[in-house]
Design a binder for this molecule. Sequence first.
Ligand SMILES: [Zn+2]
Length: 395
Amino acid sequence: MVISYKYRIYPNKATEQKLNEALDTCRWLYDRLLQEMNEAKESGIALGKLDTQNMIPSLKLVNPNLRKVYSKALQMVNYTLWSNIKSLSASKKNGRKIGHLRFKGKGWYKTINYNQSGFKIDQDHSLLHLSKIGDIKIKLHRKIEGTIKAVLIKKSGKEWYAVVQTEPEPSMPDPETRTVGLDVGLKSFAVDTDGKSVENPRFAERAATKVKNIQRRLSRAKKGSNNRQKLRDKLDKVHERINNRRSDFLHKLSRYYVNNYDIICVEDLDVKGLKEKGHNKSMHRNIHDASWSKFIFMLSYKAESAGRKLIKVDPRDTTQRCSACGSIVKKELCDRVHECPYCGFSCDRDYNASRNILFAGMEQPVAPIEPKPLHHISVMQVLAMKWEAAPLRTR
Ligand SMILES: [Zn+2]
């Protein structure tokens, strides 16, 4: 993608003289190369782009003014000639009747093309430096961003312009960018590509006996009685405590990832439908589903406000694929270990998935790695993390 900026430039008398001369020399070269081609054609020789380009050095003996023009700009004259020929033959193919390419008369050549080199732009002092021409004042009404690929000097009436062509900086992640892939699941709440395995909080399961107890007493309590109301409040309190703790856990864990990584890759759970994530029979299944969705939602808004990136990837084959060699290694839900019969890579099932998620998100190919033991993070460790500033409760 090329982005063009057009700026007015203000050459002084002497520089303007040089620019006018350079334009006329370019025009001379254009016409001369066209003439050489026409003559060659008449004697049955079809010249190519490179043939005409190779004529330029010897033409400097014919017209010493060529030496006063930046050599790359002269090559671009040849380039312009050939692109004109190309568009002419294209219109001929479209059935439009067009004669021979015309010679350019005095004043009809209007562009000097500094391609790749021969120019320098000093944005601080608003100066454009052109090789063989000198410094020219440039009015930079807009800051130039990206890598400058070319500067085209154009004459329009009595005014001069510089068209600056840029390409945006490549967005490849530099080595400083901290990336992580996360696989959420039932056994561990999350396993990441750095080998961390975060314990799944089972707040609801842990409180299950207590909840059942209260519920049983509640069912026996007389309707409208004080006791019944008390038990109700007690039950509400237990539920609220569970919810608060879970929320606390999710906030702290998502904060941890946003604070420590620039790019976080997760599975797109809307696509996955959570099918493969664990046993469907689990009684608290829906709670876990909700927790993962909430966790990813928290990651997404925290990442956005911190200028980090959350990438959701297509969950297809993230579990089955070998993250070392790319082979598909079928596994059942109960298979906790990934063991690749093709390359011998063996590791935790979810760790393998997290690597695939990271590769998919970063659009990188799979790569071998030395397996290492996972580092276990307990729920208590997560809860002991510092609470973020200005918490946003989304319970
Ligand atoms: Zn493999």
